[in-house]
Write a protein that binds this ligand. Structure first.
Ligand code: GLU
Length: 338
């Protein structure tokens, strides 16, 4: 007879979730290496999920490019690539559930109409993580007075091609329990208000898609850039509304440019693709990233080459700097001096 104790507990699951909308840069590479090393050290299962729902910004060739670059770094995974665009029904089902429970409302207003009604533009975070355009896509707070008087409950009808839908965000603090960032409290009701869950081109918004996928794919540990911490608060509201258990969050401090702003195009071309094309050895890139993770490597240390495997062996979550790290002009010169 088999007793329940004979079955080992299921393995934790994490995911690598690149958006193939731009190219992976050094900051993304660092987050992926950290995610991979945490997972491989602790025996978690790794899924590769390609977040390709971002409509016109997704270029077909960049899906393959993201996969190739992860492989070039020496990162591997156990399942995938899973493409979000392959099947929209899980997101539609979640929308129906949220609709029936009174958590969403249809919203025909344009961005312009909302901007006119909003008292002040809001400049907090973005919906795509460490992307190039992040800082430039300002998000507006949805003014509460634009909410419909009554949410659509009971006889909710979902029209995925006809209109946008927003989540009814309560005005209350949300506490995030994060393994890197600690305990953080945010109030999405004050920060963004009723955010978009669905756009009328039959496209689930990032906030919805990420929750639906993490839940259905059994993801227990979410590791990503700390620029997505405000999103974690919004996502917790969606988990709650769908009655789903929360994953463990691990939000990694960012890589900044010399001006203190998040690494992006304005800091020159820090795309992995360009470094690879110019012949920079991947081991040098990993040495630089390792230095940014508290490992003794990178400029000034004499250790100019590290493989992903070396990184995995040396990585210790406790030595990861708590503050953002800065990519300097000297770092760039060091990379290309190989
Ligand atoms: N696809 C997102 C990005 O590339 C990551 C989203 C997430 O990890 O939740 O930034």
């Amino acid at each position: 007879m088999t007793s329940p104790a004979a079955h080992p507990p299921p393995k934790p699951v994490t995911r690598l979730a690149p958006s193939p909308t731009g190219a992976l840069h050094l900051g993304n590479a660092r987050t992926f290496l950290i995610n991979w090393a945490l997972a491989r050290q602790a025996g978690w299962r790794i899924l590769l999920r390609i977040e390709d729902l971002d409509g016109p910004r997704v270029k077909p060739e960049s899906v393959q490019q993201s996969i190739d670059l992860l492989r070039w770094l020496g990162i591997d995974w156990d399942e995938g690539p899973l493409l979000q665009s392959a099947d929209l029904t899980p997101y539609e089902r979640a929308m129906m559930q949220l609709g029936r429970r009174g958590h969403i409302f249809s919203c025909p207003l344009t961005r312009r109409q909302i901007a006119e009604a909003a008292s002040a533009p809001h400049d907090e975070g973005d919906e795509g993580g460490e992307g190039d355009e992040g800082d430039d896509r300002h998000e507006l707070r949805f003014p509460p007075e634009l909410r419909p008087a009554r949410a659509e409950t009971g006889r909710f009808e979902f029209h995925p091609r006809a209109t946008n839908y927003r989540f009814l965000v309560p005005d209350r603090p949300i506490t995030i329990d994060d393994r890197f960032a600690g305990t953080v409290t945010r109030n999405p009701g004050r920060e963004v208000g009723d955010f978009v869950l669905w756009t009328k081109s039959r496209t689930p918004a990032y906030q919805l898609a990420v929750v639906v996928d993490d839940a259905r794919q059994g993801v227990t540990d979410v590791v990503r850039g700390v620029d997505l911490l405000p999103s974690a608060a919004r996502q917790q509201l969606i988990y709650e509304a769908l009655g789903l258990p929360l994953p463990q969050w691990w939000h990694v401090p960012l890589v900044l440019g010399p001006d203190g702003r998040r690494l992006a195009k304005r800091h020159g071309d820090t795309r992995l693709l360009i470094y690879r094309e110019t012949g920079v050895p991947v081991e040098r890139i990993i040495a630089l990233i390792a230095g940014w993770c508290g490992i003794n490597a990178g400029p000034g240390t004499g250790r100019a080459a590290l493989s992903a495997r070396d990184f995995l062996e040396a990585f210790q979550p406790a030595t990861l700097p708590e503050q953002p790290v800065t990519f300097t002009e000297d770092d760039h010169r060091w990379l290309i001096s190989a």
